[in-house]
Design a protein around this ligand. Structure first.
Ligand SMILES: Cc1cc2nc3c(=O)[nH]c(=O)nc-3n(C[C@H](O)[C@H](O)[C@H](O)COP(=O)(O)O)c2cc1C
Length: 185
C-alpha cells in the first residue's frame, strides 16, 4: 500500500480543512495516508509521494510547507510531489492566484535550484474572515474592502483534483513497483 503524506501550512484553518479533505480521497483509494501540519521534524523520506499545500499570504507561501521541501530536496528528488496553493485573489480576479502560485513556485524552487519531482500543481479558493485579523487590519479592511468575506472553497474542485492526483500517482507508483520487480538481463 503506497504511503502518502498530505502536509500543509495554515494560519486560520481553511487550508488544514482542504488538506484533510484531500487526504480522505487518498484513504478511500487505499493509500496509507498521513495528514500533518508541516514542520521540519517530519521524516518525509518514508513516504512514496507528498502532497504539500499552503495558503498564500502577500503572494507567498507560509514558511513551514516551503521549508519542508527546501530542507529535504536532496533526499526527496525522486519522490513525486503535488503542490496546492490556497488564496482569495481569484474571487475578484480570476486567474490571478495561478499567476501568484506559479511565480512563487518558480522563485522558491526552480530558480533556487531546488530539485523536486513535481507531478501536479493547482490553486483553490480559500476562506477569509475579518474576525481573524488583528485590530489594525480589521480597520483597514473595513475601509478598503479589498477582499470579499466568506468561505469560497469549492469542495467539488478540491475532490476532483484529489481524485486526478490519486490516478496520476497510482500509475506512477505502480510503474515504479513493476520496474523494481522486473528481472534485469
Ligand atoms: C494578511 C492577508 C494576506 C493575504 N494575502 C493573499 C494573497 O497575496 N493572495 C491571495 O490569493 N490570498 C491572500 N490572502 C487570503 C488567504 O490566502 C486565505 O484567506 C486563505 O484561505 C487562508 O488560509 P488559512 O485559513 O489556512 O490560513 C491573504 C489573507 C490575509 C489575512
Amino acid at each position: 500500500m503506497p504511503r502518502i503524506l498530505v502536509t500543509y501550512g495554515t494560519k486560520y484553518g481553511s487550508t488544514a480543512e482542504i488538506a484533510t479533505h484531500i487526504a480522505t480521497r487518498f484513504t478511500a483509494a487505499d493509500f496509507d495516508t498521513d495528514t500533518l501540519e508541516a514542520n521540519l521534524g517530519i521524516d518525509v523520506t518514508k513516504y512514496d509521494a507528498l502532497i504539500v499545500g499552503s495558503p498564500v499570504y502577500a503572494s507567498r507561501w507560509l514558511p513551514e510547507p516551503a521549508l519542508i521541501l527546501i530542507a529535504n530536496h536532496e533526499r526527496i528528488h525522486d519522490i513525486p510531489v503535488a503542490l496546492f496553493s490556497v488564496g482569495m485573489i481569484d474571487v475578484k480576479h480570476p486567474g490571478k492566484l495561478s499567476e501568484e502560485h506559479d511565480a512563487w513556485i518558480e522563485k522558491a524552487f526552480t530558480r533556487e535550484e531546488i530539485n523536486l519531482n513535481i507531478i501536479a500543481t493547482t490553486t483553490f479558493n480559500g476562506a477569509y474572515h475579518r474576525r481573524n485579523l488583528p485590530l489594525w487590519m480589521r480597520i483597514v479592511d473595513s475601509i478598503l474592502r479589498i477582499t470579499p468575506h466568506g468561505d469560497f472553497r469549492q469542495w467539488d474542485e478540491i475532490e476532483n483534483w484529489a481524485d486526478e492526483t490519486v490516478i496520476t500517482l497510482s500509475g506512477l507508483l505502480q510503474g515504479e513497483a513493476s520496474d523494481a520487480e522486473s528481472p534485469t538481463c
